[in-house]
Write a protein that binds this ligand. Structure first.
Ligand code: NAP
Length: 246
């Protein structure tokens, strides 16, 4: 499905990003596993993909740093000549009610989740424009659409990402580049492990399918949006949330 395609996946050392990397590699893509701190996890993922006959390489880069992203993407293009798929997946949370939220908690979440996507898009978009081909997938969240108490910073970053997705889709659609977002609901990863049982129970009561999602649920949709099966879809937010938002 993705034979000969070069896919850059940010925040791919763990969780959803790692599942997307595996899925895209299984489907023939060469995957660039971006990470920031989890070097061992990233290298283990690279080894796992290669053992199964897939193509993968790790690349350390803090996506919140504009210059580092430029170098990261420049290095990938030098090595592989093109970038077909960009998944802006790297993300963090720094939860707390607004009254107690520190300025740095707001800034760091916006800088990683929203500005990080901007940094990668700035570097990758000129390459895709030249190729007249590209598939961009931004990892938003259900709470970027419906809001969530205790996540003013995170929801703002994800709502921003949705606005960015739609605007860029309109800017570059005529050059055969699609730009879509995925809005996951509650997915079982390190990010959600920190929630208390009470919080999890409350969330579960809002999910019509009555279960939490897993990383495969998101990877399947990322594969679709990264493939030519989604050629006539752009500017969309695909909800993968068991029906939480409808
Ligand atoms: P996770 O398990 O906490 O993994 C986060 C990933 O992002 C890690 O690979 C981490 O790399 C990377 N990362 C963080 N800061 C980075 C930076 N500055 N530069 C590069 N990489 C960075 O999270 P997840 O649950 O898989 O979430 C993945 C995405 O889905 C996030 O954007 C998240 O907001 C979104 N999402 C998740 C859920 C959910 O329920 N889990 C729901 C909605 C949306 P290192 O470990 O190497 O630092």
């Amino acid at each position: 499905m993705l034979n000969e395609k070069i896919a850059v996946i940010t925040g791919a050392s763990r969780g959803i990003g790692a599942a997307i990397a595996k899925k895209m590699a299984e489907n023939g893509a060469t995957v660039i596993i971006n990470y920031q701190g989890s070097v061992q996890a990233a290298q283990a993922l690279e080894a796992e993909i290669r053992e199964k006959g897939g193509k993968a390489v790790t690349y350390k880069c803090d996506v919140s740093d504009f210059d580092k992203c430029e170098k990261f993407i420049g290095d990938v293009v030098k090595e592989y000549g093109r970038i077909d798929i960009l998944v802006n997946n790297a993300g963090i949370t720094r939860d707390g009610l607004l009254m107690g939220m520190k300025e740095e908690d707001f800034d760091s979440v916006i800088k990683t989740n929203l500005k990080g996507a901007f940094n990668c898009l700035k570097a990758v978009t000129p390459i895709m424009l030249k190729q007249k081909y590209g598939k961009i997938v931004n990892m938003a969240s259900v709470v970027g659409v419906v809001g969530n108490p205790g996540q003013v910073n995170y929801c703002a970053s994800k709502a921003g990402l949705i606005g960015m997705t739609k605007s860029l889709a309109k800017e570059i659609g005529s050059r055969n580049i699609t730009v879509n977002a995925i809005a996951p609901g509650f997915i079982d990863t390190d990010m959600t492990k920190i929630l208390s049982d009470d919080q999890k129970k409350k969330i579960l009561s809002q999910i019509p399918l009555n279960k939490f999602g897993n990383v495969e649920d998101i990877a399947n949709v990322a594969l679709f949006l990264g493939s030519e099966n989604s050629n006539y879809i752009t500017g969309q937010v695909i909800h993968v949330d068991g029906g939480m938002a409808m």
